[in-house]
Design a protein around this ligand. Structure first.
Ligand code: FES
Length: 135
């Protein structure tokens, strides 16, 4: 009984590896605006005020900037005080950590919901025109 084992056609087992464009959206605004004065001591530009929605916020690396009410900007460490994940979203005045769903106030960083027990530390920023900078 010579049965040839004929495998059914295995199909092209090619793996299509999509290059994940992970770094998209890292828009670091390093705009040099004409006047080339040395800005003594002013910090790194994080982004534009227009990047930060009213009632929401935006994460700029280690810092989350929020705009609880129109024209009022706050900044906190983006590192969750629970186990150090980076917070991800700011919605309805709440900063959300994706790891265990801790929630912090976008107004003062206080814990709204655990497991975190410590508030997000405030960061100092300055707003000059439409630019948000580290203080
Ligand atoms: S690390 Fe943020 S909730 Fe656990």
């Amino acid at each position: 009984m010579a049965s040839e084992s004929l495998h059914s056609v295995a199909g092209p087992a090619r793996r299509t590896v999509m290059a994940a464009a992970g770094a998209a959206g890292l828009a670091v605004a390093l705009t040099a605006c004409g006047s080339g004065d040395d800005s003594s001591g002013s910090g790194t530009v994080l982004g534009k005020t227009s990047d930060v929605p009213e009632g929401g916020g935006k994460i700029f690396g280690d810092v989350v900037v929020t705009q609880p009410t129109a024209g009022e900007f706050k900044a906190f460490s983006s590192k969750c005080t629970h186990q150090g994940c980076a917070v991800k979203d700011v919605k309805d005045g709440v900063i959300v950590c994706p790891c265990h769903d801790s929630r912090f106030s976008a107004t003062d960083g206080s814990v709204q919901k655990g497991p975190a027990t410590q508030p997000l530390p405030a960061e100092e920023i300055t707003v000059e025109g439409d630019e948000i900078r580290m203080a």
